[in-house]
Design a protein around this ligand. Structure first.
Ligand code: BTN
Length: 238
């Protein structure tokens, strides 16, 4: 059972839970109407308003640290499934960007707290739902469900759908079912593409079962990459 907790305004649902996770139980979904300091991976900021979904799932599972990367990819598969119900051309840009027609509609920020074991995992999800205007710096790269489909959506129904879908995937994940990785592969925007990542140009061969990318570099060396920000070749060479 997931318990929804609501706030009107917070700096960031992830930051709030990082400081207060001890006061909330496993499977809490913290939903905020508006964040004033929403942020994403690699120090990026995340624009959030009452037109968007901003939430964080709090989990306290008995898993090993090396299973966390998979959980983050699993969440990408979950969001892909939810967004795909409303619009076409939905792809996953490894590891955590969900794109519609090559523009970002959703991002995920997974953070974990551990000492000798995992104390808490916080999965922050931002989905651009009814937004129509983005700041100039991201306007050419961001989109929303409304911009893609010309319809308004009820945020609460999408949140409920997200929670139900998340739980279906998560129960299988806890049983070591890796089926979600096939969704990440099937709908990947980077497999079989030239990309730039961590200052290197590489060709993406696959997503491995551990969640890493398998790539081949310019001199033919095949290696695993477990983190980084991808730029697709057609975005940096015009
Ligand atoms: C990214 O694109 O790099 C990830 C964006 C994640 C945004 C969500 S919104 C809810 C939660 N709170 C945050 O501050 N970030 C995540």
């Amino acid at each position: 059972m997931y318990k929804k907790v609501y706030f009107d305004t917070l700096s960031s649902t992830n930051t709030y839970l990082k400081h207060n996770y001890k006061n909330y139980s496993d499977n809490t979904v913290l939903i905020c109407k508006e964040q004033t300091g929403g942020h994403g991976r690699l120090g990026r900021s995340w624009v959030s308003s009452t037109d968007n979904i901003s939430l964080s799932l709090l989990l306290k599972p008995f898993i090993k640290i090396n299973q966390i990367a998979r959980l983050s990819l699993m969440t990408s598969a979950v969001i892909h499934e939810v967004i795909n119900k409303y619009t076409d051309n939905v792809l996953i840009k490894w590891p955590n960007d969900i794109l519609v027609n090559k523009k970002k509609v959703s991002g995920i920020l997974l953070e974990s707290i551990y000492s000798d074991k995992i104390e808490a995992i916080i999965i922050g999800v931002g989905i651009n739902v009814n937004t129509t205007v983005f700041p100039d710096e991201i306007a050419s790269k961001a989109t929303s469900l409304k911009l893609e489909t010309d319809k308004d959506y009820d945020l609460e129904s999408i949140i409920d759908e997200l929670i139900t879908t998340f739980d279906r995937y998560y129960q299988k994940y806890l049983l070591d079912d890796l089926e979600f990785l096939n969704i990440c592969r099937k709908y990947s925007s980077v497999i079989n593409k030239m990309i730039r990542i961590n200052d290197e140009e590489v060709f993406v061969l696959d997503i491995l079962d551990n969640g890493s990318l398998l790539v081949k570099n310019e001199v033919g060396l095949v290696k695993e990459i477990s983190y980084g920000e991808i730029t697709l070749k057609d975005e940096y060479k015009r």
